[in-house]
Write a protein that binds this ligand. Structure first.
Ligand SMILES: Nc1ncnc2c1ncn2[C@@H]1O[C@H](COP(=O)(O)OP(=O)(O)OP(=O)(O)O)[C@@H](O)[C@H]1O
Length: 308
């Protein structure tokens, strides 16, 4: 896959405080890359540096082969971004807004406007005033606006913020479509982990300004371990046995017994021990981990290691 965005040892220091600490990663054409992290981790700061809204203290960002430090215009030419809420004139129609923007940007044809309107599914309503649009439609109009100059990289900071489930789904579908059909690289940040799970191909997790993990969503979710729900009695004794024999495994009481994160090959061993200890086992069920489970695991582990 062809890399279109590359962060090389990017660091940002504000007032003597390191906000972003030596981050490096690449984003490829045709993929949706998700940026995940707890509040204040540094997602927005990183995105602002990628779109050129904020300077870099050290390191560099290469977009489409151009350095954002030394070839700023060339680098940002490849980028379309919605970083803050898209500003629209509410008393103009969607179409008038796009025409207005096209005049400022120059070189954008009416055909191009029609094409992006079609692409974001606003053809039926484009001649209605923006004040009559739902939030989801406004987001799509914002998306249309940043697609006008054919960016190779699309950057969306919290694109589904404030949208209802139908609106979220719409944006998600368009984002995936743009990556798949236009071979665009899309970088999104979001707090909605389940959303990221459905929208992204890969994710990078940022915490305290450091990139702690970059992985394919599928691999990230699976990890090496899966969660097993064990219907057992007495559950508290079972839990202490698990803690004693598998001290590294995440184990908790659950509704019908205990839940244990272990690799599958360790399950027969676990069952044998529980039986030996006279725990009654009624059922064992393997449950799929969600991105949220993994995200909380990874960030908790990092935080524990940082404090150790
Ligand atoms: N201009 C600034 N001056 C001082 N500190 C800043 C500035 N911009 C960001 N920070 C700090 O940098 C850290 C990272 O902020 P950032 O907004 O990038 O986090 P985030 O991951 O986007 O968080 P959220 O999910 O809450 O938006 C925060 O601790 C924030 O207070």
């Amino acid at each position: 896959m062809e890399s279109i965005v590359e962060l090389k040892n990017v660091t940002k220091v504000i007032k003597g405080r390191t906000i972003i600490d030596d981050i490096s990663f690449q984003v490829y054409k045709g993929e949706v890359f998700g940026f995940l992290g707890p509040n204040g981790a540094g997602k927005t700061t990183t995105i602002r540096m990628i779109v050129g809204l904020m300077g870099i203290t050290s390191g560099d960002i290469i977009i489409g082969g151009s350095s954002i430090k030394t070839q700023f215009e060339d680098a940002v030419r490849h980028v379309g971004a919605i970083v803050e809420n898209p500003e629209m004139y509410k008393f103009l129609t969607g179409y008038q807004n796009l025409i207005h923007y096209a005049r400022m940007a120059k070189g954008i044809t009416k055909e191009k406007i029609a094409e992006v309107v079609e692409l974001v599914g606003l053809s039926d309503r484009i001649h209605d005033k923006v004040k009559t649009y739902s939030l989801g439609m406004r987001q799509r109009l914002g998306l249309a606006q940043c697609l006008l100059h054919d960016p190779e990289v699309l950057i969306l900071d919290e694109p589904t913020n404030g949208l209802d489930p139908a609106g979220i789904r719409e944006i998600r579908d368009y984002v995936r479509l743009l990556a798949r059909e236009k071979n665009m690289a899309v970088i999104v940040s979001s707090h909605l982990l389940s959303e990221m799970e459905m929208m992204c191909d890969r994710i990078g997790i940022i915490q305290n300004g450091q990139l702690i993990d970059v992985q394919q969503v599928k691999e990230f979710i699976q990890g090496n371990e899966t969660v097993h729900e064990l219907e057992v009695i007495p559950s508290e004794t079972a839990l202490s046995i698990v803690h004693a024999y598998f001290p590294d495994a995440e184990a908790n009481l659950s509704r019908n017994g205990i839940s244990v994160s272990l690799s599958k090959k360790e399950i027969p061993h676990l069952v044998k021990i529980l039986v030996q200890e006279e725990i009654k086992i009624f059922a064992i069920k393997e449950t799929a981990k969600t991105l949220e489970d993994r995200f909380l695991e990874v960030t908790k582990k990092e935080a524990e290691e940082a404090h150790a």
